[in-house]
Design a protein around this ligand. Structure first.
Ligand SMILES: *Cc1c(COP(=O)(O)O)cnc(C)c1O
Length: 356
């Protein structure tokens, strides 16, 4: 398999930074995050393995970190611009998103609510949900995961808060909030390219769990003419819907910044073959990745996002789609707390392998 790679940049580094700099931002993350060599992972993958670098966006600092801390810098900037003093999010018990927004509220003295969608990981209280409690989350339990029901709850919560004089930031639906992540990862693109330059290296492939972060890296690479192809790895939906959501997020950012280039599905290589049964259910390949990264690089992957994303990279190397002349960046997007909510599944998977 070959990937398109001939690119011409349309913006310089300085031009892109100037455009991003027009957007509201409150510095919050520990940046730049490290870019670490993974030599023992490389040798474990055999003589045809590429150079592998790991971008440690799990180390962004706030309340156990993760990629979303970068997104929060822009959301908080937008909240300040709008005079908001409260935020509302909707998500499941093991949501990194809910944990980090609650952390943001704690640190900046904001009122915050989580509308919690029922899931298999509600009990026992552990992982992200435990951290939500520590961080002072106000949790409203949704009766089911029906989108219309959740929107009704969200709207009535916002109406109640507004009646009490709050200015509420609607995280799931605010138009800027929806693209804050891709704007943040346009900035992360520059950070990563600077680090690769300092290593006198260039990445040919970037793997990460699909979402707004992947959108920003893909658009940023296209704008700057970087030689890499971004591989957003789905942990939930099928290829077509990931292609459309990644492009929508990237292009929302492009439009806001007045850039006329658009990200097309053909610019990215979406993988939906590593989802397994569904979102939130670990895969055997994901547990294999947890074991391998743990025992070669002492790197902890979570079973819901980063393990599945890394299993894609491992498989693409093993099947020869990516080879020894490539340089691959794996973006570790965080999710550490989830690990503790999946102790049983992870231990079960590790033992199965050892007995095999
Ligand atoms: C949320 C999340 C993602 C992907 O979604 P984004 O839209 O890029 O934030 C990937 N990995 C982890 C660990 C996440 O929490």
């Amino acid at each position: 398999m070959t990937y398109a790679s001939a690119r011409t940049g349309t913006l310089s580094r300085a031009e892109l930074l100037a455009l991003i700099g027009t957007q509201p931002r409150v510095p919050l993350a520990y940046l730049p995050t490290p870019l670490d060599e993974a030599p023992r992972l490389r040798s474990a993958l055999g003589t045809n393995a590429p150079r592998i670098l790991i971008k440690r966006d799990d180390q962004t600092g706030l309340a156990l970190g993760g990629n979303k801390v970068r997104h929060l810098e822009y959301r908080l900037g937008d909240m300040k611009r709008k005079g908001a003093d409260s935020l509302v999010v909707t998500n499941v018990a093991q949501s990194n998103h809910a944990r980090l927004h609650t952390a943001l509220a704690s640190k900046f003295g904001l009122t915050s609510y989580i509308i919690k969608i029922p899931s298999a990981k509600d009990e026992p209280i552990n992982g992200n949900l435990l951290l939500d409690h520590i961080l002072g989350a106000q949790i409203i339990e949704a009766p089911n995961n029906d989108a219309a029901t959740i929107d009704l709850l969200l709207n009535s919560l916002i109406a109640d808060l507004e009646a009490d004089g709050h200015i509420v930031y609607n995280v799931p639906h605010d138009p800027f909030s929806m693209i804050a992540g891709s704007i943040a990862y346009l900035g992360a693109t520059v950070e990563l390219l600077d680090q690769l330059n300092a290593l006198q290296s260039a990445a040919t492939h970037i793997f990460l769990a699909a979402g707004n972060s992947a959108a920003g890296l893909a658009l940023g690479g296209k704008l700057l003419g970087a030689p890499y192809v971004v591989h957003p790895v789905s942990v939930s939906h099928d290829r077509a819907s990931i292609e459309s959501s990644v492009c929508k997020s990237a292009n929302g950012a492009a439009e806001l910044l007045g850039i006329d280039i658009r990200l097309e599905p053909s610019d990215i290589v979406v993988h939906d073959e590593y989802v397994g049964e569904r979102y939130g259910v670990p895969t055997k390949a994901g547990i294999d990745a947890i074991r391998l990264l743990g025992r070669t690089e002492a790197l902890i992957l979570d079973p819901v996002y980063t393990a599945k994303a890394c299993s894609a990279l491992i498989d693409q190397v093993r099947t020869g789609a990516i080879g020894p002349t490539d340089t691959v960046v794996f973006v570790h997007t965080g999710g550490l707390p989830i690990t503790f909510a999946y102790a049983g599944e992870i231990l079960g998977g590790l033992r199965q392998e050892e007995n095999a």
